[in-house]
Write a protein that binds this ligand. Structure first.
Ligand SMILES: C[S@@+](CC[C@H](N)C(=O)[O-])C[C@H]1O[C@@H](n2cnc3c(N)ncnc32)[C@H](O)[C@@H]1O
Length: 331
């Protein structure tokens, strides 16, 4: 195991994410994502196989497994400590449709299985080699399968990175989680960003969130061009940004000039920025990649949910579907 993977493993062994405490926490991000995807694509997830790569303590997966009882989930992680929490929760909640396995995503030789959906949420950023990790994941996708990734955003993480640097400087760039957690608390650096909010959480969970946000030993950030480069080397056919998170909110993503017109409750709306014919005409001339760049600048995401497509994945979607409209081919 390389030095960076060892450090990441040590960090999550000491501070399993998202919580070292077993039991349901109603973290609904994953179950909501799958429910909305199934609804808007018409894909029935019953009987399908889903991989959660880097499941951590599995609190998000537990909600998905309870919602999709006829779906088979496999959950892998590098951290034995995290999987122990996930297994305890599954046992307590009578969850029988998840198989847990220790696995290093950077291990090129072991194929985990063949899955209709591969999810890896908030994981690639802490891999020693995210490109390799994603290429390995792609080897596990079935024909016409898809991948979901959650990646941390460069433009929306500037304040968090500034605070992280303050703490790192005070720690003289040494890894000291206990002292660092106390410094974050003493400095009054709240976890006020979407995705890290800790209302009603216990102290151990809060400390883990602080480590993840402010003391993470590997924290690779992405903008839309970095995402393009990642996907271009993945072996996938193409991708689309599925959703973004900003400082205090989450949005489904659509570059349509006219703004949202679908069933989704909260969708990005470029029309609100394009109030004149001059702006609307200029926007109409942009291709999808340029539109992605403009959205980066307008919304400054602190995170992206990305959907990756195998060769045959988009065949099932109508041509005017949001995901087809916003897709970018990389092969
Ligand atoms: C921030 S947590 C995300 C947990 C979960 N996906 C969620 O969204 O709540 C990142 C997880 O990736 C796991 N991880 C990091 N490097 C890994 C690797 N090389 N192989 C497998 N898992 C890894 C860590 O152990 C940790 O549990």
């Amino acid at each position: 195991m390389d030095e960076m993977t060892r450090s990441v493993s040590d960090m999550y062994t000491r501070f399993p994410y998202p919580s070292p405490t077993k039991g349901r926490r109603k973290y609904k991000e994953l179950s909501n994502l799958l429910a909305v995807f199934s609804l808007e694509s018409g894909v029935d997830l019953g009987g399908k196989k889903i991989l959660d790569a880097g499941t951590g303590t599995g609190h998000r997966l537990a909600e998905a497994a309870l919602m999709f009882k006829d779906t088979s989930f496999t959950a892998v992680d590098l951290s034995q400590a995290s999987l122990a929490v996930a297994k305890a929760t599954a046992q307590e909640e009578g969850i029988r449709n998840v198989e847990f396995r220790i696995h290093n995503l950077l291990d090129d030789d072991v194929r985990i299985g063949i899955f209709d959906v591969v999810m890896s949420m908030g994981v690639l950023h802490c891999l020693a080699d995210p490109h390799r990790g994603l290429r390995n994941l792609v080897k596990n996708i079935a024909d016409a399968g898809i991948v979901f990734l959650y990646l941390y955003g460069k433009l929306g993480s500037r304040e968090r990175m500034r605070r992280k640097q303050v703490v790192a400087t005070l720690l003289r760039h040494q890894v000291d989680f206990d002292c660092g957690v106390q410094m974050v608390k003493d400095l009054g650096f709240a976890l006020d960003e979407y995705g890290w909010s800790y209302k009603n959480d216990d102290e151990a969970t809060i400390n883990g969130m602080i480590v993840d946000a402010y003391l993470n030993v590997n924290d690779i950030l992405y903008d839309c061009d970095d995402i393009h480069n990642l996907m271009a080397q993945s072996g996938l056919r193409g991708y689309a940004i599925y959703g973004i998170t900003t400082q205090d909110s989450g949005w489904f993503f659509d570059t349509a000039a006219s703004g949202p017109n679908g069933i989704l409750p909260r969708t990005t709306n470029v029309a609100q920025f394009l109030k004149t014919d001059l702006l609307r005409d200029a926007y109409a001339k942009l291709d999808v990649r340029e539109r992605y760049r403009l959205f980066d600048l307008l919304y400054q995401p602190n995170g992206y949910t990305v959907i990756g497509f195998t060769d045959r994945a988009v065949e099932h979607l109508p041509a005017d579907h949001r995901l087809v409209r916003n897709a970018i081919a990389v092969r």
